[in-house]
Design a binder for this molecule. Structure first.
Ligand code: B12
Ligand code: SF4
Length: 461
């Protein structure tokens, strides 16, 4: 039996948004698709496994295979459905899994032979067995839980795909908070599931890589668990990055352990710089420490940690002026990296329900399938500005942040837990790379075809 794993790309990069032709987005800053490494690792040894990463290579649709498994997020759903249609035209069964099909299985099942809800660990072997017997079911209902059940991902499938030189790993899944726009707090029902510390340590030891990205939704969601892992990581002498909520600064022991275990920095969700903004997103934990952002940032940088600052633009208190304040704030703090994402209504979240009730959703409420939706654009009517003001101000901020002037200014801010020269060089290198990728993604279509999704389904003969 042969299994084909697919990681879809987002869409087409358009030179001019009015011209429908464009080039498929090739992600130069692409990372290993960990979920597909886990699925490969769960697959019995007698099954041949191949991976095609649509972000960097052409999918050979005519290559014979017995099952196609596609991992789907909301931004890649349209493309995933197009890929599924191509295989189904050739009578090859397709199964879709990942966070998006798990949240809206009723939608995904229109485009595939089978939909997998939840984490692969509990039921993947059953999918393989059913495929061998020609009895693939329409729906597999697993659930979220502790990752990997003692197994390690099969990273051999990542070879030669040009991924960034760091390996993805997970300790915990889920987050105890419940920000109104967040899909993972819904998927994991505000619960955190942890692997055993010794299994994570063994996974790191068994791999030659010295730089790791913990993809946990929130590495410090349960501080006791984070401390236990970090204590065990100190002797490994690795470097690592993660994603963490900012209230961590009020725990000195936790911060010390980060420094000692080789943490280089975190993606930190600032999201808004005003109390009203945080309140409107149910993100009050950012104020939990009782300190202001300036004080919190000092604690983080004093521990030699770099900040990848994430902001959400367009909540109900935002105006074009308040968005420009975010840019000022970022420039003042010279964050090594920052992302300015327009607030997105993900289906079934509190935010989505609110905007729907208030009749403020655009693109028929299903922006992720709509042929006219463009990446980094608003999919709802903002409260205190127009859609155009939100789109244009956000784009202006992204451009300004990524200008050569601000990249060079940031290079002077090199207080991280690593060699200074090395950090300036890699900071500049990655800033230039992310600049290119961020601006390329702006205004991209979702999916590669300019058809309606109904036509995608009808394409299956
Ligand atoms: C790491 C990460 C990234 C990395 C990239 C990782 C990579 N390999 O390329 C970076 C930082 C670059 C990134 C970028 C973006 N990301 Co991101 N990212 C994540 C994060 C934190 C972890 C993903 C991960 O690897 N998890 C570990 C794996 C093992 O877990 P998993 O994917 O859930 O897979 C399990 C199950 O879902 C299931 N499963 C998954 N696929 C399949 C397939 C089959 C067939 C089966 C059977 C089962 C199955 O089994 C797996 C094992 O248990 C998630 C949050 C999350 N919890 O998912 C967000 C997340 C996926 N990202 C998200 C977004 C929005 C983005 C961006 C669009 C942000 C932006 N505006 O630019 C970009 C672009 C994404 C793209 N498509 O190119 C959203 C997607 C929302 C949604 N509704 O789908 C998430 C959920 C974050 C969030 N809370 O909103 N991201
Ligand atoms: S802190 Fe982050 S992961 Fe946790 S609920 Fe909020 S946005 Fe989601």
């Amino acid at each position: 039996m042969k299994l084909t794993l697919i990681k879809p790309t987002i869409g087409l990069v358009l030179k001019d948004t009015k011209i429908p032709e464009g080039k498929p987005f090739v992600d130069k800053a692409r990372m290993e698709p960990l979920q597909l490494g886990i699925i490969a690792g769960l697959t019995p040894d007698d099954v041949e496994v191949v991976l095609y990463d649509d972000r960097c290579e052409k999918i050979p649709f005519d290559e014979p295979t017995d099952l196609v498994a596609i991992t789907v997020e909301i931004f890649t759903a349209r493309r995933a459905y197009e890929i599924a249609a191509e295989y189904r035209k050739r009578n090859i069964p397709v199964i879709l899994g990942g966070i998006h099909p798990s949240v809206v299985p009723e939608e995904s099942s229109q485009y595939a032979d089978s939909v997998f809800i939840g984490d692969a660990e509990l039921l993947w072997k059953k999918v393989i067995e059913d495929t061998r017997n020609g009895k693939l079911k329409k729906l597999y209902r697993s659930k979220p839980g502790p990752a990997q059940n003692g197994m390690f991902p099969d990273r051999s499938i990542f070879k030669g795909k040009g991924y960034l030189p760091l390996s993805l790993i997970q300790f915990g899944r889920g987050c105890r908070f419940s920000c109104s726009y967040c899909i993972t707090s819904l998927y994991f029902n505000k619960t955190c599931f942890y692997r055993q510390v010794d299994r994570v340590i063994r996974e790191i030891e068994s791999h030659p890589r010295k730089l790791w990205f913990f993809v946990d939704d929130n590495f410090v969601s349960e501080k006791k668990m984070a401390k236990e892992l970090m204590r065990a990581m100190i002797p490994l002498k690795i470097k690592w990055v993660g994603q963490a909520s900012i209230e961590m600064v009020s725990d000195p022991e936790l911060m010390k352990l980060m420094q000692q275990s080789g943490c280089l920095g975190h993606v930190i969700g600032f999201e808004s710089i005003t109390e009203e903004g945080l309140m409107s997103m149910n993100k009050m934990h950012n104020l939990e420490s009782g300190m202001n952002y300036d004080e919190m940032i000092s604690i983080i940088t004093d521990h030699g940690l770099a900040i990848w600052a994430a902001f959400v633009l367009g909540h109900d208190e935002d105006t074009p002026e308040s968005l420009m304040d975010i840019l000022e704030f970022s420039l003042k703090h010279k964050f090594p990296f920052a992302a300015y994402n327009v607030l997105m209504p993900y289906p079934k979240t509190e935010l989505y329900k609110k905007l729907k009730t208030e009749n403020r959703l655009l693109f028929d409420g299903k922006w992720w399938l709509h042929p006219d939706y463009r990446f980094n654009h608003a999919a709802f009517l903002p409260k205190r500005m127009t859609v155009e003001e939100l789109n244009e101000t956000s784009f202006y901020i992204r451009k300004k942040w990524n200008s050569i002037g601000s990249i060079l200014r940031k290079a002077g801010n090199f207080r991280t837990n690593t060699n200074i020269i090395q950090s300036i060089l890699s900071l500049t290198h990655y800033n230039l790379l992310y600049k290119q990728e961020t601006l390329k993604k702006q205004g991209m279509t979702l999916g590669l075809r300019r058809t309606t999704t109904r036509q995608v389904i009808n394409n299956i003969s």
